[in-house]
Design a protein around this ligand. Structure first.
Ligand code: TMP
Length: 264
């Protein structure tokens, strides 16, 4: 069955007008603003400051799929979307991503890892995120600073307080307007990761990436980190049940944006 057929036949079939729009945008548009590709559509922002959306969650929760679905449905509503990710949203960031995720980096010490993620972020903020917001675009970023807080601070136990003054100027000054925390039972995300690793093992010679080989215990700590962050920032961070079918998750994100995002 085609994707279109599956959606029409599914429980969301009654939302067909919205979904047809999303599906046509899936077929017709490709949006990317960070390193790799650049393509924009009509700007309906009227020159106002843009809107900053981030997607977060432990590995294997379907963030990248949701980022694509959301970008395309926003484009279909006439927004200019800067679709990007961390690490790797700039040319320099893509080099840093390679270093961070390469299996040869397994001996990287936690402080080095933290500094590389932060270096990627500062570069990304300067070259991609702030300029896009200044142009009035919707910036849709697959992972951002909450990832560093959940992975490096909470899960690895690194104290980021000494970096606070410096980061205050560089990073804290550009908080997301809304963060979707995609959450699902750990066993489910671990099973998805195992499937993905198996698939990559067939096509990629077993090269699954350094961080993605982290153990379940580490992911449990990351998840606890996100839970704590969501409690600390209830107005900004929205927990979304990512165990639902992808179309239902995408629908929840749109519903949340409908009441929060100016000009949605
Ligand atoms: P991705 O494959 O979801 O893009 O993420 C790459 C990995 O990097 C993922 O395991 C999460 C991790 N990560 C951190 O540990 N700290 C960070 O600040 C970011 C942005 C990602």
């Amino acid at each position: 069955m085609t994707l279109l057929g599956a959606v029409q036949a599914g429980p969301l079939g009654r939302l067909s007008a919205d979904w047809m729009r999303i599906l046509f945008s899936l077929i017709n548009f490709s949006v990317s603003c960070g390193y790799n590709n650049m393509k924009h559509t009509m700007d309906v922002s009227g020159g106002k400051r843009g809107y900053f959306i981030t997607l977060e969650g432990i590995d294997g929760t379907g963030k990248s799929t949701q980022a694509q679905l959301l970008a395309r449905s926003l484009v279909s509503r006439g927004h200019t979307v800067c679709s990007t990710r961390e690490p790797g949203g700039t040319l320099i960031g893509s080099r840093l991503r390679e270093v961070l995720l390469h299996p040869d980096s397994r001996d990287m010490v936690p402080v080095t890892e933290l500094l590389l993620f932060l270096a990627d972020r500062v570069q990304h903020l300067t070259q991609v995120i702030r300029p896009a917001l200044a142009r009035g675009e919707v910036v849709l970023c697959d992972r951002y600073h909450d990832a560093t807080l959940a992975y490096q601070q909470y899960a690895r136990g690194l104290d980021m307080t000494p970096l606070k003054d410096f980061l205050g100027a560089e990073i804290d000054s550009t908080p997301p307007d809304i963060t979707f925390w995609l959450d699902m039972p750990l066993e489910q995300s671990m099973a998805r990761m195992a499937l993905r690793d198996k698939r990559l093992g067939q096509t990629n010679g077993g090269d699954e990436g350094r961080l993605e080989t982290e153990r379940e215990g580490f992911m449990a700590r990351v998840q606890a980190g996100y839970r704590e962050l969501a409690q600390l920032h209830p107005d900004r961070i929205l927990r979304v049940d990512a165990a639902q079918p992808a179309e239902a998750v995408a629908g929840e994100l749109l519903t949340a944006l409908a009441t929060r995002m100016p000009g949605f």
